[in-house]
Design a protein around this ligand. Structure first.
Ligand code: F6P
Length: 343
């Protein structure tokens, strides 16, 4: 068999571990051939390919990013996109495709499989951990560890100056990174996209923290919104080809509001792409490797139109349709649980 592999969407620590596992198992156990498509769906769309054999995957397990490159190209929006992909797959004699990505990349894989008969298997990736069909996506654990370390460091500088430090973390629709890193780092306020926040209430928590002679840390997900407003964006004009606006801005805005309403100095740290750059955590390497092994097994067994997923400690297969149907967001009860530490 000749198998194509691509990585789409935002890069994520662990992508290389998936690629390595797929290729190692495919070559060693089944004598399959591999071809890498460059930059997500742009690769099959434009015929951009790269060699993918054992030598190409040596030494990549601990490396962040993706050796295949990534993009947010949506081939279904391109003229003749499906025909061009089919031609590319035929030209390179590709029997099946492993697509590693989040809701957008996997949504395309589902359409290509369900509507156009292209043999696809999906692997879920996103640091946001917001895919409902899997307990965890790789990349999330690394992002939480990076954000937690940042919060730990910000505590000491906040307290030295007795100022408010607002930490903006990633999380477009789901506040998992904010919730987990905020709890692990002992934040005094955690704001997530799922629950609109009241700025006066936030200021109340900030003030009570100062009352206890500590400086407050406010963790805010970039997709969090104030009660009486919309997304706060620094750059509202930029949209990717899946229609997503470029987030970031709420941290800066919130710090200004806190300073204006409480009279306390407030600064912002935007963690941005630091959260998904660099080496993956041990957990993410483990999960990504197992996803890769099971994705290869799914291709080998002819289970197309499926995605691998983590359920407890088992890797299972779910239909791509189910995998991309619903986002996994932070339940209200879980968020309420964290509130005991606010203020
Ligand atoms: O989709 C995952 C994610 O990490 C979001 O939390 C974030 O909004 C987005 O990627 C940013 O990605 P980029 O800067 O590459 O557009």
């Amino acid at each position: 068999m000749r198998i194509g592999v691509l990585t789409g969407g935002g890069d994520c620590p662990g992508l290389n571990a998936v690629i390595r596992a797929v290729v190692r198992k495919g070559v060693q156990d089944h004598d399959h051939d591999f071809i890498g498509f460059k930059d997500g769906w742009r690769g099959p769309l434009q015929g951009a390919v790269t060699e993918l054999g054992i030598p190409a995957v040596r030494g990549i397990l601990p490396r962040g990013g993706t050796i295949l490159g990534s993009s947010r190209t949506n081939p279904l929006k391109e003229p003749d996109g499906v025909r061009r992909i089919k031609e590319s797959l035929a030209k390179h004699e590709v029997d099946a495709l492993i697509a590693i990505g989040g809701e957008d990349t996997l949504g395309v894989a589902r359409r290509l499989h369900d509507d156009h008969g292209i043999r696809c298997v999906g692997v879920p990736k996103t640091i946001d951990n917001d895919l409902s069909a899997t307990d965890y996506t790789f990349g999330f654990d690394t992002a939480v560890n990076i954000a937690t370390e940042a919060i730990d460091r910000l505590h000491t500088t906040a307290e030295s100056h007795m100022r408010v430090l607002v930490v903006e973390v990633m999380g477009r629709h789901a506040g998992w990174i904010a919730l987990h890193s905020g709890l692990a780092g002992g934040a005094n306020v955690i704001l997530v996209p799922e629950q609109r926040f009241d700025v006066d209430e936030v200021c109340g928590w900030v003030t009570s923290r100062f009352g206890a002679s500590y400086a407050p840390i406010v963790v805010v997900a970039e997709g969090a919104m104030p009660q009486d407003g919309d997304l706060v964006l620094k750059n509202a004009s930029h949209r990717d080809s899946f229609g997503h606006v470029r987030l970031s801005g709420v941290g800066e805005w919130l710090a200004e509001e806190i300073e204006r309403r409480t009279g306390k100095e407030a600064r912002t740290t935007v963690l941005g792409h630091v959260q998904r750059g660099g080496t993956p955590s041990a957990f993410d390497r483990w999960l990504a490797t197992r996803f890769g092994l099971h994705a290869l097994a799914a291709v080998d067994g002819g289970h197309f139109g499926t995605m691998v997923a983590l359920r407890g400690t088992d890797i299972v297969r779910v239909p791509l349709a189910e995998a991309t149907a619903r986002l996994k967001t932070v339940p209200a009860a879980l968020y309420e649980e964290a509130k005991v530490f606010f203020g």
